[in-house]
Ligand binder design. Structure first.
Ligand SMILES: [Zn+2]
Length: 462
């Protein structure tokens, strides 16, 4: 039994974009485009019109022609590289909009070949008797994705949908005879839509290509991106990034960390942002004093307590009571964030009276380790290392198996570091002065220690 196309339908948005229209936004001409592509005009979806909306209109026409009701469909395949969203599938949105309640539905990512690949899959479901009615849609909404500055690609694409309904052929001589599909995976670099789980290099390219002006990430990742750019000879000093808003881990208010980020991203200023899922944004950075965070006292009653005794202290754990959250209010919520109140300046130089936290968040209460009676916070160790330009990355091992916890440190020097023995001695000395502890330091080869794209995991306990 062969599969046969029993209905087709199409849809194009109303708005027409001619080659003459493109001449106004990109260096091209009607003659140039027609000669190379044969294309004279393309359509553009209206604002608010989605891929599944276009697929729906084409599908209704195809179902009408096939005299098929949506609830008779066994399968819907949507070939698209520009779905409404990466997940759920565009096919799921389409099934719901059509009222196709008895089918299964999925998207197929094969760009221009989507409809043909879909037809081949549909044919096989019909040939084996597993499906009686299959809807195959090819739909793209590319005008929101194309690079309108690239004259080689932007002239090629538009928005539209085509649909076909396939069913078993009653006539032996009719239907899909065979399909021959092939994919050449060696050419993936020719045209791409970066997104999803991007590599740091791809992300940098997107930042540069789109002339991004604001970068939001963890302090660790801002540094990581800067390092990757340097390794790949990508000039981020000429990027449009002017503001780097960092959150998610202490560091945005640590002077050495900020300086490192601002050196890597020259021309950009770092702003620390501190908040938490439980409360929302808590503080904002003082515009007059970098590294100082003001508590939004209109929204929070803030206290700073000793985590052990609960007594108020200038430097300790931040405790918050929400004043405006009616849905999920919090009373004296122990944030676990370690802060230091600036009590010397009741009125900040920016003119505000709101509580100022010098140096932002210093670390987390639960991160603290006690080594031979010394309280050590990862944030303070981070400050030490960020101040050493020859250190590319480090990792602290805390051995808690013995009765007395022990520390040892692995350090990865930057590739340009000439004397690693001298660096090891310097670090040992720095730690000795700061912690009054002798901490063994091991130098490891460049590229050995893991880098994180999320929060840094520099402390290994065990
Ligand atoms: Zn201020």
């Amino acid at each position: 039994m062969r599969a046969q196309i029993i209905g087709t339908g199409s849809y194009v948005p109303e708005k027409v974009v001619t080659n003459r229209d493109l001449e106004k936004i990109v260096e091209t001409s009607d003659e140039w485009i027609v000669e190379r592509t044969g294309i004279r005009e393309r359509r553009q979806a209206a604002p608010g019109e989605n891929t599944s909306d276009m697929a729906l209109k084409a599908s209704i026409r195809a179902l009408e022609m096939a005299s098929t009701r949506a609830d008779e469909l066994d399968l819907i395949i949507v070939g698209t590289i520009s779905p409404d969203m990466p997940m759920p599938a565009c096919a799921a949105f389409l099934a719901h909009k059509l009222g196709a309640t008895k089918c299964f539905a999925f998207d197929l990512s094969a760009a221009c070949a989507g409809s043909l690949f879909g037809m081949s899959i549909a044919s096989q479901f019909i040939e084996t008797g597993r499906a009686k009615r299959v809807l195959v849609v090819g739909v793209e909404l590319l005008t929101r994705i194309v690079d309108w500055k690239d004259r080689n690609s932007c002239v090629l694409f538009g928005d539209a949908a085509g649909a076909m309904v396939l069913g078993p052929s009653k006539d032996e001589g009719r239907g899909v005879i065979s399909t021959h599909l092939h994919t050449d995976g060696s050419q993936t670099g020719i045209l791409c839509i970066p997104g999803g789980g991007m590599s740091s290099e791809a992300r940098l390219r997107v930042i540069l290509d789109n002339a991004a002006t604001v970068l939001c990430c963890t302090p660790t990742y801002a540094i990581r991106l800067g390092e990757v750019a340097a390794q790949n000879k990508m000039d981020i000093s000429r990027s449009g990034v002017k503001r780097i808003i960092v959150a998610g881990e202490p560091g945005g208010s640590i002077h050495a960390t900020r300086r490192r980020i601002e050196t890597l991203w020259s021309g950009a200023s770092v702003f620390d942002h501190h908040g938490m899922t439980e409360t929302g944004p808590v503080t904002y950075e003082c515009p007059a004093r970098p590294g100082v965070l003001h508590v939004m006292e209109s929204a929070f009653y803030a206290e700073v307590i000793d985590p052990a005794t609960g007594k108020p202290v200038p430097a300790g754990e931040l405790v918050l009571t929400t004043l405006t959250r009616t849905g999920s209010p919090l009373l004296r919520y122990r944030t676990g964030d370690l802060v230091r109140r600036d009590l010397e300046n009741p009125v900040c130089s920016c003119g505000r009276h709101e509580i100022a936290l010098g140096g932002g968040v210093h670390g987390r209460v639960d991160d603290m380790v006690i080594v031979r009676g010394v309280n050590i916070y990862p944030g303070s160790i981070d400050t030490l290392f960020q101040g050493l330009p020859d250190v590319a990355e480090y990792r602290v091992h805390v051995n808690t198996k013995s009765a007395l916890a022990e520390l040892r440190v692995e350090v990865e020097p930057v590739e340009t570091c000439k004397d690693t023995e001298k660096l090891a001695a310097l670090i040992t000395n720095t730690l000795q002065i700061a912690l009054s502890l002798r901490v063994p330091v091991t130098i490891v080869a460049p590229g050995t220690l893991p880098r994180s794209e999320m929060k840094a995991k520099r402390w290994v306990k065990g």
